[in-house]
Design a protein around this ligand. Structure first.
Ligand SMILES: Cc1cc2nc3c(=O)[nH]c(=O)nc-3n(C[C@H](O)[C@H](O)[C@H](O)COP(=O)(O)OP(=O)(O)OC[C@H]3O[C@@H](n4cnc5c(N)ncnc54)[C@H](O)[C@@H]3O)c2cc1C
Length: 450
């Protein structure tokens, strides 16, 4: 058994009522919610958060460019992907108002900005982490950092949680270890392995909300440019998704929120289908208007041909559109015929890029895929391992940009924390309607335990 001094000189006890694995958005919320629930039930409970990093909540500080877009007033299942059949019921219990009022109850005032995005009022992600940490201290929840859980063992009394050969025990456990995205802030997929050993499955994992890559010769000349556009993703020549917003051109490809939102589909299909991204650089203008404008522009005969579009496109983008439209670019616009002007106008509406994949985990904001939602009940309790709860990105749900992923992390944290504490004080019975476990999911481990 492990015992000693954790961060801040706290004595690490070796037996807890509840251990939360992972001190990120979901884990910290789960610990606060569980502590509140135990207090409501007049039970003095010992709760510990075990965090692999040297401090909790590192990723929270990086969210929303340091401002933490913590939820969205337009929370709706259409903004989520994965096992979405779980969502309508769950999100009806956890609307954005509930998350905002949870934060308000622990001292954080929020504000709504464009497109329903909700931030802390002072626009500082550190405020979100501070109120969570203070609340944990207030409830005397222990936090043990530098404690990467490597194994979770079911015992007669609950669970034993190992860091290499040392361990602590707990009656209940919430696993909130996140996914694979942004490993520089602690994600390493270890939670999936821990859960697989207890009988869970895991779907294919794909980096999502990430840059889409293209051929270097197409990307490099555009590096640093930004342009509003409607982005369309084609698979084997068929339009499969569209998204609008500001596109940012990078050394490797295309970025920006509207590209991030298409990246999940790229990850799913790349290697199986031929993918192409097409940008409409003037979505509000019909083709004919652009042709008219280019004809008018070509009347300044001595204007360099590469500057044909520079009056309305980004300076770096404008010459690349002309080059993409014309196999041979003449010196001046006066040398362009009508057909060539039309071809340039068509390229403004359809500036195409072959897709060569996405960037990897270290650039992705979220993990698409995870532990299937039919392996937990409506209280987020594991169906293969009673007493174990799951919360956050580790589950097979991922959201669009705009506060949807943190909303999922906070709300599953709240749900798992409350359920674990209630089940603790009510004995082993779950809180929701029990659903039948799917025999399809039964693994070798489960069979052996019977
Ligand atoms: C740069 C960036 C910006 C983002 N901005 C936003 C935004 O503005 N709005 C939004 O909604 N979403 C945003 N996201 C997504 C959002 O941050 C995540 O979806 C969310 O943090 C997931 O919460 P989580 O608690 O499930 O996982 P995480 O936040 O990843 O927390 C998991 C924690 O578990 C710890 N851990 C992992 N394995 C172990 C182990 N074996 N033992 C102990 N501890 C372990 C990790 O160190 C980590 O602290 C952003 C993501 C990134 C990378």
């Amino acid at each position: 058994m492990f015992s000693g001094y954790g961060k801040g000189g706290l004595f690490i006890q070796n037996r807890y009522d509840l251990a939360v694995v992972g001190g990120g958005a979901a884990g910290l919320t789960a610990a606060v919610a569980a502590a509140e629930e135990y207090i409501k039930r007049h039970k003095h409970a010992r709760i510990v958060v075990l965090e692999a990093n040297s401090r909790v909540g590192k990723k929270i500080l990086a969210t929303g460019n340091g401002r933490c877009n913590l939820t969205n007033s337009g929370i709706d299942p259409i903004h989520y992907h994965g096992d979405t059949s779980f969502l309508p019921d769950f999100l009806s219990h956890y609307p954005p108002e509930k998350i905002i009022s949870f934060f308000q109850s622990i001292g954080l005032v929020c504000r709504e900005q464009d497109e329903g995005r909700v931030y802390p009022y002072n626009l500082q992600a550190s405020a979100v982490l501070d109120v969570l940490r203070r609340q944990l201290e207030h409830f005397q929840v222990e936090t043990i950092c530098d404690f990467p859980v490597t194994r979770l063992k079911k015992t007669a009394q609950g669970f034993e949680l190992f860091r290499e050969t040392e361990s602590v025990t707990a009656a209940k456990v919430i696993v909130a270890t996140g996914g694979m995205a942004y490993p520089q802030l602690g994600a390493n997929g270890s939670g999936y392995q821990i859960l697989k050993e207890l009988g869970h499955n895991c779907t294919k994992l794909i980096p999502s909300l990430v840059q889409v890559t293209t051929e270097p010769r197409r990307a490099k000349p555009l590096k640093g440019a930004r342009s509003p556009a409607r982005a369309s993703l084609y698979a084997d020549g068929k339009l499969i998704a569209e998204s609008s917003g500001e596109v940012q051109f990078t050394e490797r490809g295309l970025s920006g929120i509207c590209i991030f939102e298409l990246s999940r589909m790229v990850g799913e299909r790349y290697g199986r289908q031929k993918l192409e991204l097409s940008l409409d650089l003037m979505p509000e203008y019909p083709l004919e208007r652009i042709v008219e404008f280019l004809k008018q522009r070509s009347e300044i005969e001595e204007l360099p041909a590469l500057e044909l579009c520079s009056g309305f496109l980004n300076k770096l983008v404008a010459p690349e559109v002309v080059k993409a439209a014309l196999p041979h670019v003449p010196k001046t616009v006066g040398e362009l015929d009508e057909h060539q002007l039309e071809e340039v106008a068509r390229t403004v509406k359809r500036f195409r890029f072959p897709v060569t994949g996405t960037l990897d985990w270290k650039d992705a904001q979220v993990t698409a895929g995870g532990i299937p939602l039919d392996e937990v009940d409506s209280n987020l309790q594991s169906r293969c391992c009673p007493g174990l709860y799951l919360a956050g990105e580790i589950l097979n749900i991922d959201g669009d940009c705009g506060g949807f992923n943190l909303h999922w992390a906070w709300s599953t944290g709240l749900a798992a924390g409350r359920s674990a504490a209630k089940a603790e004080s009510e004995g082993e019975k779950g809180l929701g309607k029990p659903k039948k476990s799917s025999p399809r999911r039964e693994t070798g481990n489960q069979k052996r335990r019977k």
